[in-house]
Design a protein around this ligand. Structure first.
Ligand SMILES: [Zn+2]
Length: 52
């Protein structure tokens, strides 16, 4: 089985960031700035943080 990875997308403009997560990733409190030229908003990467 190969790991299922998908790219993190900006919630504002949908730009695909050069950051990948796998299906079971758990994450919160990490902030990145969108790399899209006309967006550049900061957003939190929050993944499955409610589950555990
Ligand atoms: Zn964006």
């Amino acid at each position: 089985m190969r790991p299922q990875k998908e790219k993190i997308q900006c919630p504002f403009c949908g730009y695909k960031m050069p950051i990948e997560r796998d299906k079971n990733a758990v994450c919160k409190g990490i902030y990145v700035k969108c790399k899209a030229r006309n967006c550049r908003k900061e957003f939190e990467i929050r993944i499955n943080s409610e589950i555990r």
